[in-house]
Ligand binder design. Sequence first.
Ligand SMILES: Cc1cc2nc3c(=O)[nH]c(=O)nc-3n(C[C@H](O)[C@H](O)[C@H](O)COP(=O)(O)O)c2cc1C
Length: 367
Amino acid sequence: MSGNVFGSNFVIVPFGESHGKCIGVVIDGCPAGLKLDMDLIQKELNRRRPGQSKISTPRTEDDRFEILSGIFNGYTTGAPIAMVVEDIESSKYDKIKNTPRPGHADFTAWYKYGGFQDYRGGGRFSGRTTISFILAGAVAKQLLKKLLQIEILAHTVAIGGIKVERSISVEEIKKNVESNSVRCADLKIAEKMIKRIEEVQHEGDSVGGIIEAICINIPVGLGEPLFRNVESEFSKLLFAIPAVKGIEFGSGFKAADLVGSQNNDKFIIESNKIRTETNNAGGILGGISTGMPIVCRIVIKPTASIAKPQKTVNLQSMTPTEIAVEGRHDPVIVPRAVPIVEAALAIVLVDLAIQRGLIPPVLPKNG
Ligand SMILES: Cc1cc2nc3c(=O)[nH]c(=O)nc-3n(C[C@H](O)[C@H](O)[C@H](O)COP(=O)(O)O)c2cc1C
């Protein structure tokens, strides 16, 4: 049952259920002396919040956070930081109690926890639990930016089969990603994606897509092979985000079609530093960061809860039945998952940077 702890140095324990009293996280191992920017934490929560646009669920959740421990006079103290977001009132969700939604975790949770699981709104398996990642990630992002100038930028590159086919610069991502409801840096493609979402929404259906994340200013040498290498640590946390179904690094699955001379990144000297001409490795060789940007792409499946009637079974009577999921659900999860992906990567990078001795246990006085 003890699968809720991540990290070795910057350790997080996310907790809470969709319709419980609160959702939060305990961070153990955050260095002392970090002056936390509370507005930045709220800004990240707002990016994840539902109801941001027409293509997001109109559920209204305030998502105001509170810090319960680990901060004194605005600075981290080195003690565990507990942060929570108070939850919304409970709705009934009686229907899904006995008729599991196809594609959701209702069936596996019911089977595994013998019916004791909190099924309301998906309980522990709800997308709402990713608030914990956002909270811890917002602290991690601040550490990375202040101490190592590391930035993590995620953006949508595919939704419902509509894809960004060209390479997008870091500047374009920074400029455009928050300017449209799908968080796509190519504005023309963004319009097409929105149209596609509206179509499926009209049909009571949903779509999935792909998020690309780029981590810049990464030092050489992060990652602890064999089992705490950069790819495996990233993957472990990314796969904890509900609805994530695939990850690739660098050229990823395309590498299967390339010859070695195409896929190898040739070494060059640039401003006295060893760099590579291309970045098919996605900034990772042997599980260790190369100093080039770390690039990965994350597949998000179509939202499971849809209004279209679908076959399911009644768990009590063991008879076949149908379910059409009522209530308000995102026809696409991808745009709201963009800040969650960034948060997850930030948590991993801080954990690995502390391991490497790049973040001290006590920050300098002006930290
Ligand atoms: C931000 C976010 C919001 C989500 N909202 C919904 C939703 O409204 N309806 C739904 O069926 N799934 C939603 N999910 C996904 C489910 O929680 C997820 O599919 C389910 O727990 C099963 O896990 P799996 O898809 O990883 O196997 C959301 C996920 C995220 C990250």
